[in-house]
Every structure is written in structure tokens, then in C-alpha cells.
Design a protein around this ligand. Structure first.
Ligand SMILES: [Fe+2]
Length: 395
């Protein structure tokens, strides 16, 4: 029988290396592969109990269009204000993700907030570690600076804070494998809204310890567009797709929880142009798109499956992030899909999400792709996507 948490005997000192400087020989770390201690039952209780999820039984009217002007347009092209305090800044991959050290999110000036919006627009997702000062009120304030905050119709919220989605798992949470196919979990937040979210701020309060899982993965929709052939790009640029919250609303009601707004279905372009970068991105996701408009269902299903295969399986689009407490991730929901990863039970994983309503998606036929624009600016040759060439593969 495979070992379980019950029959593994883990001594307390197994949690780390003990330094007995000057008096005793160094003790080797105790290590049980595949097992991490679950910290629970502290005498003082859970410090974030007040930020746990609730589902207020209230009804809200449909969302109405609100003005939106992207603050990233005011940012400095070299991010001078944001990076003035930085001690380190680095990209995760050429396509997606940047991490900044030395910047305190709680004390950002407006100029720094503008630079940050611009950087997120280009890089998809930006990470800040060690943000212990950055409280939920600060998270709300930064989101509000960028635009009108989105109130989700069905997800759990923090009591009294309707604009804060509380993501919470513990040993009592249903196994996600029972509920979802992993590919279906890839999504961008609330793309069925008339103005789908732009900047999403996610902070982790309590997460599985190092090595215990619970990572989040992002996939670049700029880069997904660049995977496509030119004829496929042209075809998709001519089309729209239906995004719907019907499944979320039905699931919520089936679970005995309220849908605070009626479900909506909205038609959006399949390729959109970002207002700050001017770059094209693919704008579909497995979570919320149900049909391409104007084509037979068989064609819609086949094309969407192909696009989802690109989003879910193309490694160069991806960034996988291992959380540590007090880390903040801020991403551009217009140009990224994302998914949590599971298999961390029975650990606690508790995050707070705030997101800003963006512009109504538009496609500009004169816009460029990320790769096209950067190749032109750097003098690099365009990528040859002809699959009939001989090739090789890499480890
Ligand atoms: Fe999400």
C-alpha cells in the first residue's frame, strides 16, 4: 500500500537544517520525498479567517458600459519611475513574464502605477515577492487606479468586499480532478463580459509550502497568435466568437449558491488589438468560449480545439510560477490565459483576486503581432513556419 499522511512518521526537526554553530556537527536535513508537513491547528487560529470565502445571497443588475482609458498609455517606455527603486528585474521567457525586486507595491506613485500597467501590457504578467505590507485595501486601491473594479457574479467573495474574489482550498475541498478536465480550467477571467477584465491582481495569503504544489501557469495570447500560419491568422481575424457565463451560473445554482447577476453571452473578436502595445492577440479560451459565429458547428468545434491545443500545450507560450507567501502577481487578462494547478491537497491555498474592467475588445487590421513588431525593431529575420521543412527536436 502506498504511504499515506497517517502512516508516515515525520519528526518535527525534519522541517529544515539546524545550525549548531560552534558546538555540534551540522545535522543533515531530514527529507521524505513527496511529503510536506501540513501546518494547521495553530493555537491562535488562522490569521486570515476574515478573508475566507463567502457567497452573499444578493442580486445585482447587469453590468453597464463604463469609460476606460488604459493607464499604461501614460507609462514611460523605459519604465524609469517604476525601476528607479528596483534592485533586480528579469524576464522569465522571451514571450511572457517579468519579476521585479526592491519595489514596494504599497507605496507606488501614480507615475510608477502607469509604468507598471505599461510593463504588464508588454510582458503579460509581472511578479513581486515579499509584499507583506500590501494589504487587501492596497490591492483594491491599485486596481481602482487602473479602472472600474469588476464584481464577479458567482465566485466567492470576502465578506463586505464584493470586488475581492477569495480563492480558498484546504483538506475539505473537493478533488478538482473530479470536477474538471485540466484543459478546461485554462481561462482568462470573465471574458464573457462586455468589457472583460484588463489588469488582474492576485496575492497569496497562505500557500502550500515549497515543494507541495499549487503553482499557477500563464499562457501568452500574443505568442499564441504568432504560432499560427498567416492564412489561419487572416481567417481568425475575420471572425468573432461567443463567450458565455451560462456554465458558471448553472454550476453555482446546482451547488445551491446564488448567481448574483444573470448569465451573459457576448460576441467578441477572435483576434484583438491591445490599446497600449498595439499588438494582436488571440482572444479565445477553453473556459468561456462556446461557438465561433457564422461557421458550422463542426468547423467551430475543430478550430476551437486546435486553438486550445496551442494554448494548453505549446511550451514557449507558458510560464509556471511557484508561489511563496506575500507574493503578488499582476497580469493582463486580455493577453494571457491562466490556470491553477492541483494535486496539493491537503494543503491550504488561499489567494485574493481583484480585477479591473478593460475596454470593449477591438481588432485593428493595421496592428502588428508581438513577433512581427519585435523582429522589425531588432532586425531579426521572420520565423519560417513552413512545417514541410526538415527539422529536429530539442530536449
Ligand atoms: Fe482566473
Amino acid at each position: 500500500m502506498a504511504p499515506s499522511i497517517v502512516d508516515l512518521q515525520i519528526p518535527q526537526e525534519a522541517k529544515g537544517i539546524h545550525s549548531n554553530e560552534g558546538t555540534a556537527p551540522r545535522q543533515a536535513p531530514r527529507f521524505t520525498p513527496g511529503y510536506t508537513v501540513v501546518e494547521e491547528g495553530k493555537a491562535t487560529g488562522y490569521e486570515y479567517e476574515h478573508l475566507k470565502p463567502c457567497f452573499p445571497d444578493v442580486t445585482w443588475p447587469p453590468l453597464e458600459e463604463v469609460p476606460y482609458s488604459d493607464k499604461g498609455l501614460l507609462g514611460d517606455p523605459e519604465y524609469k519611475d517604476l525601476l528607479a527603486e528596483a534592485t533586480d528585474v528579469f524576464d522569465y521567457t522571451p514571450k511572457i513574464g517579468t519579476e521585479i525586486h526592491g519595489v514596494n507595491l504599497k507605496t507606488l506613485t501614480n507615475a510608477q502605477k502607469n509604468d507598471l500597467a505599461r510593463l504588464i501590457s508588454y510582458r503579460g504578467v509581472v511578479f513581486f515577492r515579499g509584499q507583506k505590507d500590501f494589504q487587501v485595501e492596497d490591492q483594491l486601491e491599485l486596481g481602482r487606479y487602473w479602472g472600474t473594479l469588476h464584481k464577479h457574479a458567482t465566485t466567492s467573495v470576502v465578506k463586505g468586499l464584493d470586488e475581492v474574489h477569495s480563492v480558498y482550498y484546504d483538506k475539505n475541498t473537493l478533488d478538482q480532478r473530479a470536477l474538471f478536465a485540466p484543459a478546461h480550467l485554462w481561462h482568462a477571467d470573465a471574458t464573457y463580459e462586455i468589457q472583460p477584465p484588463s489588469y488582474t491582481l492576485l496575492i497569496i495569503l497562505r500557500g502550500p509550502p515549497r515543494g507541495a504544489g499549487g503553482d499557477t501557469i500563464w499562457s501568452s495570447q500574443y505568442a499564441a497568435y504568432d504560432v499560427l500560419s498567416t492564412p489561419m491568422q487572416t481567417y481568425l481575424e475575420s471572425l468573432t466568437a461567443l463567450h458565455t457565463s451560462e456554465e458558471q451560473a448553472a454550476d453555482s445554482r446546482a451547488a445551491g449558491r446564488p448567481a448574483r447577476r444573470e448569465a451573459v453571452t457576448t460576441e467578441h473578436p477572435m483576434v484583438r488589438t491591445h490599446p497600449v502595445t498595439g499588438w494582436k492577440s488571440l482572444f479565445v479560451n477553453p473556459g468561456f468560449v462556446k461557438q465561433i459565429v457564422g461557421v458550422p458547428k463542426m468547423e467551430s468545434d475543430a478550430i476551437l480545439k486546435y486553438l486550445y491545443d496551442i494554448i494548453v500545450t505549446t511550451q514557449e507560450l507558458h510560464l509556471r510560477f511557484s508561489w511563496e507567501e506575500h507574493t503578488v502577481a499582476i497580469w493582463d487578462n486580455r493577453i494571457c490565459t491562466h490556470t491553477g494547478t492541483f494535486g496539493f491537497a491537503p494543503q491550504v491555498r488561499h489567494l485574493l483576486r481583484v480585477t479591473t474592467q478593460g475596454e470593449r475588445p477591438v481588432f485593428d487590421p493595421n496592428s502588428k503581432s508581438q513577433e512581427e513588431d519585435l523582429n522589425e525593431k531588432t532586425g531579426r529575420a521572420p520565423v519560417d513556419k513552413n512545417g514541410a521543412r526538415r527539422s529536429n527536436y530539442n530536449d
